[in-house]
Design a protein around this ligand. Structure first.
Ligand SMILES: Cc1cc2nc3c(=O)[nH]c(=O)nc-3n(C[C@H](O)[C@H](O)[C@H](O)COP(=O)(O)OP(=O)(O)OC[C@H]3O[C@@H](n4cnc5c(N)ncnc54)[C@H](O)[C@@H]3O)c2cc1C
Length: 429
């Protein structure tokens, strides 16, 4: 069956999904974008108070820029650093409102499953020729199916935070205490200040999300002095946590690390290193976390910042080639697996590394990295340029992965066409 008259479905109107749609249009293909939220960048708005650590110049896709400029868009100063909310308000919402993209986006439309039309996972015969079938659920509960020639899954990972335990599953007691536990990056100094003011708070995790939360809790403590901040990390030393510091290639990220180190050293934050949480329970003094038989001081609230994982349920009826550890496409895994290399660099990659046994299905953006925490937008924009080239049948362009790094001094590598392991690299987290 020739399926090319069906549209190409893009799941998610985040930065990478919208960039994918822009590239599809530039290739003369027909996208349809499904977004679960009520606006573009719905996931980013959940951490809209956080200032991101790559400057504007790194955050804008080239094809998206072309669409915006055609409509008189005023590009933000490339050297300044937006918050998540500014990224949405000044870039993603204007992009989603362009005359090219507006008609192809369906909001409040959650993709709940992707499969092959009349081919369950087991069926071989005619599988390659069958279109994709997406099940869509609208906010009012209405369900319908859509057939698609290809699917680009850019749904991110923000909706699936990791639990606090090191076993990969919630620790005993975690689900029972759900009301006292937040995941991700709650706005502890702004919208949710009342929840945390003058409370004993434990932050779990050692990435940049933790740094953001800790920094904001210290600001809250200045206004609400009884706020107590505990920080539990699995690593045994602060030096292992702070890594880049002043030498970090992304300046803002390095600055954040240095600030938090200073706050620990001056006693605003009490650090508990070498913690692997086994269980938690509530007693009369609050929530008590247990690690290796030891108990941490009781707290009122816990904030878990232990990263995110992809939702594989919605694509479980497709034939996928996923690395069993990172849960990223198999060929991408060795480039990003934090077990294999301490990630200072990631090679650019495209359709070749992102393809699956079910052809014309691609996972891109944050979700393509599976559980690896090091994704950057610039990498995602190159992914979608390559994937959309492949979908247009232009495999030469698809294989010519190039990462054009704007010269801001934040990353020193230069772009050049390459096909071998001597590829240019982009800084990651
Ligand atoms: C706090 C934080 C700071 C970051 N800072 C930087 C930075 O400085 N520089 C950088 O390059 N990267 C940064 N990143 C990493 C990354 O660039 C962002 O997470 C970015 O938002 C990823 O874009 P995305 O389009 O892949 O996914 P998302 O932005 O998560 O977008 C996914 C979209 O899909 C929608 N969706 C989800 N499921 C469904 C479904 N089933 N059906 C329909 N729609 C769905 C969501 O509502 C969302 O709008 C940061 C990430 C975080 C969390």
């Amino acid at each position: 069956m020739n399926t090319s008259h069906y549209p190409i479905a893009v799941i998610g109107a985040g930065p990478v999904g919208l960039a994918a749609a822009a590239h599809l249009l530039a290739r003369g293909l027909t996208p349809i974008v499904f977004e679960a939220g009520s606006s573009a960048g719905a996931s980013i708005l959940k951490w809209g108070h956080v200032r991101i650590f790559s400057p504007w110049l790194y955050n804008i896709d080239a094809e998206a820029r072309r669409l915006l400029q055609a409509e008189g868009w005023q590009e933000p100063d490339g050297a300044s650093y937006p918050t998540g909310r500014q990224l949405v308000e000044q870039y993603l919402k204007p992009l989603a409102s362009t005359s090219a993209l507006k008609p192809v986006i369906r909001y409040e439309s959650k993709v709940t499953a992707v499969t092959k039309f009349r081919k369950d996972l087991m069926k071989n015969e005619g599988r390659g020729d069958a279109p994709f079938l997406l099940r869509i659920q609208t906010q009012d509960g209405h369900e319908y199916d859509l057939l698609a020639h290809a699917v680009i899954d850019a749904s991110g990972t923000f909706e699936k935070p990791n639990p606090m335990g090191s076993h990969g599953i919630p620790v005993a007691g975690e689900q029972k205490e759900a009301e006292s536990i937040a995941y991700g990056i709650p706005d502890v100094f702004g919208a949710e200040a009342d929840v945390y003011a003058n409370k004993r708070v434990l932050v779990v995790g050692s990435g940049h999300s933790a740094f953001n939360v800790l920094q904001d809790l210290v600001r809250l403590k200045e206004k609400a002095p009884a706020t107590t901040i505990h920080w539990a990390i699995r690593k045994t030393s602060l030096d292992l946590v702070f890594g880049g510091g002043e030498n970090d290639k992304l300046r803002e990220r390095g600055r954040l690390g240095s600030t938090v180190r200073h706050l620990v050293e001056q006693g605003d934050i009490t650090l508990f290193p070498g913690i692997s949480i086994d269980r938690l329970e509530r007693n009369q003094s609050g929530i008590v976390v247990e690690s290796n038989g030891d108990q941490l001081p009781s707290v009122d609230r816990i904030i878990v910042t232990t990263g995110f994982r992809p939702d594989l349920q919605i694509i479980s009826e497709l034939r996928l080639a996923l690395d069993p550890g990172t849960q990223s496409p198999t060929a991408l895994a060795p480039l990003i697996d934090p077990n294999l290399h301490s990630c200072g660099t990631v090679r650019p990659h495209g359709a070749e590394e992102l393809k699956h046994p079910d052809e014309n299905f691609y996972i891109v953006g944050m979700k393509s990295y599976g559980r690896a925490p090091t994704f950057l937008l610039l990498t995602g924009y190159e992914q979608v340029r390559s994937v959309t080239s492949a979908l247009a049948g232009d495999w030469d362009a698809a294989r010519r992965v190039e990462l054009v790094l704007p010269e801001t001094g934040a990353c020193s590598t230069k772009a050049r066409p390459q096909t071998s392991s001597a590829q240019p690299k982009v800084c990651c987290g």
